[in-house]
Design a protein around this ligand. Structure first.
Ligand SMILES: NC(=O)c1ccc[n+]([C@@H]2O[C@H](COP(=O)([O-])OP(=O)(O)OC[C@H]3O[C@@H](n4cnc5c(N)ncnc54)[C@H](O)[C@@H]3O)[C@@H](O)[C@H]2O)c1
Length: 357
């Protein structure tokens, strides 16, 4: 197939990462960038591609086959809708948006216009997540009972110079915890209720700096997530999984624990624990490493997106699926605000497993 023409809207931290993957791919080429910032002008100059300050002008001027949206959370729906209106397949960074009504409208618009939308929950493209999903779905750890997940990192002060990251619509629940919620849905099943506590006492931003939540799954599993962007630890996926070693230190410590009645699995070290024969805490429990090759998850995601654009596969996480991840994440915000247990709406049209062949 011939190379596809890609435009990137939003040339900040993750936009540059996507552009790097596009540059390394022989299946696509970057044709233009849209971003109003002076830094983007400089970046476009170094790459030798066109720069538009207004993304609509880019969409109406350039011949593009696909768009990657990497703007702040609150703008994803507006920019995504502009692509859908023009029939252009789009990869929208996570979260799909920050408001349920508008993201549902986007998902419906994409469905009725038959424009594919892939959402940037990049961990689903990680081979260790694929392997974990296989282990769990094959019943190798038995009936799922509990998950315990740490998302504890220290973000440096200059990270917060960018205003949207410390205001409502940003914050670590919507920026980071959403990855954990999507991972739980992807590996373990649908979440039906949420309880949560959050605190903004350390950073004193409009949004939380720390939170803890307890999730109840449809299958009876209970999952806990601990979150902070002001905790000096290696216990977070970005540090432990090594997906982006240009940006983050790499310390491969276990941070995610999935426990079942016959065994347990920790990630990202991909260690499977089980008994040989009779089960019981008095008996020796064996550990086994799941073997796998390392892969570049962002390159995997881009290759998958190109297959989506070419009509070869359905998106691994489409707009409807991402709406459900967002709905659950916003329920954490709401549960922490009100102190109430929040039931996730029963009108879930999408089930987590449906997207996977
Ligand atoms: N999947 C991942 O690994 C990952 C990692 C980081 C960020 N993200 C997501 O990507 C998005 C961007 O995050 P970031 O950290 O790169 O942000 P950032 O602030 O570094 O970059 C955002 C860029 O968008 C530009 N922008 C703002 N409004 C625009 C508009 N209307 N049109 C065009 N450009 C516009 C800004 O000038 C800026 O350059 C967020 O939604 C975030 O949650 C995903």
């Amino acid at each position: 197939m011939s190379e596809i023409n890609i435009a990137v809207i939003g040339a900040g931290v993750i936009g540059k990462r996507h552009m790097q993957e596009v540059a390394n791919s022989d299946q696509c080429r970057l044709v233009a960038i849209a971003d109003p910032s002076p830094e983007a002008e400089h970046h476009a100059g170094t790459l030798g591609v066109g720069l538009y300050k207004d993304y609509r002008k880019l969409l109406d001027t350039e011949r593009i086959d696909a768009v990657i949206v990497c703007t702040p959370n609150s703008t994803h729906v507006e920019v995504g809708m502009a692509c859908i209106d023009r029939g252009i397949p789009v990869l929208i960074e996570k979260p799909i948006g920050d408001d349920l009504a508008t993201v549902r409208a986007l998902a419906e618009a994409a469905r009725s216009a038959r424009v594919p939308v892939l959402v940037g929950h990049h961990r689903r493209h990680n081979p260790m997540v694929r392997a974990a999903r296989k282990v769990i779905s094959e019943g190798r750890i038995g009936k799922l009972v509990v998950a315990n997940i740490m998302c504890l990192a220290y973000k440096p002060d200059d990270y917060f110079v960018v205003p949207w990251r410390r205001r409502t619509g940003g914050g670590p629940i919507l920026i980071n915890m959403i990855h954990e919620i999507d991972l739980i849905r992807h590996l373990c099943g649908e979440i039906v209720s949420v309880q949560a506590v959050s605190s903004s006492r350390t950073r004193a931003h409009e949004v939380e700096d720390s939170a803890a939540c307890t999730l109840e799954l449809e299958n009876g599993m209970v999952a806990n997530i601990s979150l902070s962007d002001t905790a000096a630890t290696p216990w977070n996926w970005d540090t432990a999984a090594g997906e982006d070693r240009q940006l983050f230190d790499y310390r491969p410590v276990p941070t995610h624990f999935f426990a079942g009645t016959n065994g347990s699995l920790s990630l990202p070290d991909s260690t499977l624990w089980s008994y040989d024969g009779e089960k019981g805490r008095h008996r020796p429990i064996q550990d086994e490493r799941i073997p796998m090759e390392e892969e570049n998850v962002y390159a995997n995601q881009l290759r998958h997106f190109i297959d989506v654009v070419n009509g070869v596969v359905e998106p691994l996480i489409d707009a409807h699926d991402a709406v459900q991840t967002l709905a659950t994440t916003l329920a954490v915000v709401e549960a922490a605000r009100t102190g109430q247990k929040i039931q996730i709406s029963a009108d879930i049209r999408f089930r987590a497993g449906d997207a996977i062949a």
